[in-house]
Design a protein around this ligand. Structure first.
Ligand SMILES: [Zn+2]
Length: 299
């Protein structure tokens, strides 16, 4: 629990549904505790495939943009967060060898200076104390995820600088920025062992067998674990809201809720930059924040 209430948290995500699978329970928790939480989605997810066989229905693909907007609105309600679109076009995940060029006009091809300016405008309007984004590898090798990292870091640097983007509103200095880490090997191992204990096959066996030990576990980079088990049900509701993208019989829902809450009731983050003093490890994204900025209205 942090000392100050009414602080603001902004999570920047590449596509609608990313917010539901990366740090979602933590956002629901902070919103429930009286903080303001905003999800910014950079692209419309136009190039997402239908990943739920039950939703592969006639007409859905044709109105994908609209469908994903509806899904995102439901997910934001489930988490209790505000939501903004930055309005860029999904770059798609290039596949093949050699990789095909990125489609014209897509987000990953927009000059960084330009997309940063748009994000800076939203940062200066919402004035978050803390931002969340992906690590330098995007957490997942999608060009929009890598770009999400780049644009978030650039906006974190620029938003407080009056000489940058002067037309984008009054400067606001964000205190901290985190990377969200979802694919933690230790967590998968723990759940796998629990499945074995119960004489069941682990749904993570294949994922773990493909694990490249030279990569090292992301757990080594985690600085901050936020206890959010109480909000896992809201996270799952947000995931299910993205009905075309999430298979209700898939890996996201494979682990019984009570195991998750008992064995691993936290979300994992890495403190990437901070302008306030804090002690690692942390259990609160707002740790060290005192709202003393001019114009700050936390009470
Ligand atoms: Zn994504």
């Amino acid at each position: 629990m942090c000392a100050v209430s009414g602080l603001r948290l902004m999570a920047v995500h590449a596509h609608p549904d990313d917010e539901a699978s990366k740090g979602a329970a933590t956002m629901a928790k902070y919103a429930a505790e009286g903080h303001e939480v905003m999800v910014v989605t950079l692209t419309g997810g136009e190039r997402g495939d239908i990943l739920n066989p039950a939703m592969d229905l006639p007409g859905i693909k044709e109105r994908m943009v609209e469908v994903r907007r509806e899904e995102m609105a439901k997910a934001a309600v489930a988490l209790g967060v505000q939501h903004r679109w930055l309005g860029y076009i999904d770059s798609g995940l290039p596949e093949g060898d050699p990789l095909p060029p990125l489609p014209e006009g897509c987000f990953a091809l927009v000059p960084l200076e330009e997309s940063t300016g748009k994000l800076v405008e939203v940062v200066r309007e919402f004035r978050p104390h803390v931002m969340i984004t992906y690590d330098e590898r995007g957490g997942y090798p999608h060009p929009d995820h890598i770009r999400c990292h780049e644009v978030s870091m650039a906006a974190f640097e620029a938003a407080g600088d009056p000489d940058r983007y002067p037309e984008a509103g009054d400067p606001w200095t964000v205190s901290k920025i985190y990377y969200t880490h979802g694919f933690i090997r230790d967590r998968m191992v723990l759940f796998s062992e629990e499945f074995e204990k119960h004489g069941q096959e682990s749904p993570f066996a294949e994922w773990l067998s493909k694990w490249d030990p030279s990569r090292g576990d992301l757990m080594g980079r985690v600085t901050t674990q936020v206890t959010s088990g109480e909000y896992f049900a809201q996270r799952d509701e947000a995931l299910r809201a993205h009905a075309t993208q999430i298979d209700p019989n898939g890996m996201f829902f494979a682990v019984p809720m009570d195991w998750q809450q008992r064995l691993w009731p936290t979300d994992e983050f890495e403190l990437a930059r901070t302008r306030v003093k804090t002690a690692i490890p942390e259990t609160d994204l707002f740790a060290g924040i005192v709202d003393d900025q001019p114009g700050g209205d936390a009470s």
